[in-house]
Design a protein around this ligand. Structure first.
Ligand SMILES: [Zn+2]
Length: 135
C-alpha cells in the first residue's frame, strides 16, 4: 500500500519553481514525498469550467484518494496568473478568492471527508515567492 497525506493542485506556470514550491509547502507541513501533484493551467480553476473540465479534476481527487488514501487537498493559486489574465493585482486577488470559495464548496460537497486548504503564491513576477493563506 502506497500512502500519502496530501493532494496538491498548482498552476503549470514555470515561474513556480519546483524547488521553491517544495520549500514553501514544507513550511506549511506538506513534506516532499507526501503529496500527489496535479499541475494544470490555472491550478484548479477549471473546477469552475465546463462539466468535462470539472470532471477531469475531480477524477484526479478520486484516484488520489483511492490509490494513496489522501486526507487533505491543498489548492495553490498564484498572482500574475495567465489563466486569469487580470492585470489589476487587487482585482485578480478578489476574483481568485471568490473562485477558491466556490472550489472549496464543490470539494466539500463531493469529498466531505477531505480537509481543504488554499493559498495564493505571491511575488511570482518578482521571483520572490511566498504563500498567503486563503482557507
Ligand atoms: Zn497560472
Amino acid at each position: 500500500m502506497h500512502i500519502c497525506h496530501y493532494l496538491v493542485f498548482r498552476c503549470m506556470d514555470f515561474r513556480l519553481k519546483p524547488s521553491v514550491l517544495s520549500s514553501l509547502l514544507k513550511d506549511i507541513g506538506v513534506e516532499e514525498g507526501d503529496y500527489d501533484l496535479v499541475s494544470c493551467a490555472g491550478s484548479a480553476k477549471d473546477m469552475l469550467g465546463s462539466e468535462a473540465e470539472r470532471d477531469f479534476l475531480l477524477k484526479q481527487i478520486t484516484l488520489s484518494q483511492k490509490l494513496h488514501q489522501i486526507k487533505n487537498i491543498v489548492v495553490l493559486y498564484h498572482d500574475n496568473c495567465g489563466a486569469y489574465g487580470i492585470v489589476d493585482p487587487i482585482e485578480e486577488t478578489t476574483t481568485q478568492q471568490a473562485d477558491l470559495a466556490k472550489i472549496k464548496a464543490i470539494i466539500a460537497e463531493q469529498f466531505p471527508e477531505l480537509i481543504f486548504t488554499a493559498y495564493i503564491v505571491k511575488g511570482v513576477s518578482k521571483g520572490e515567492l511566498s504563500l498567503e493563506k486563503i482557507f
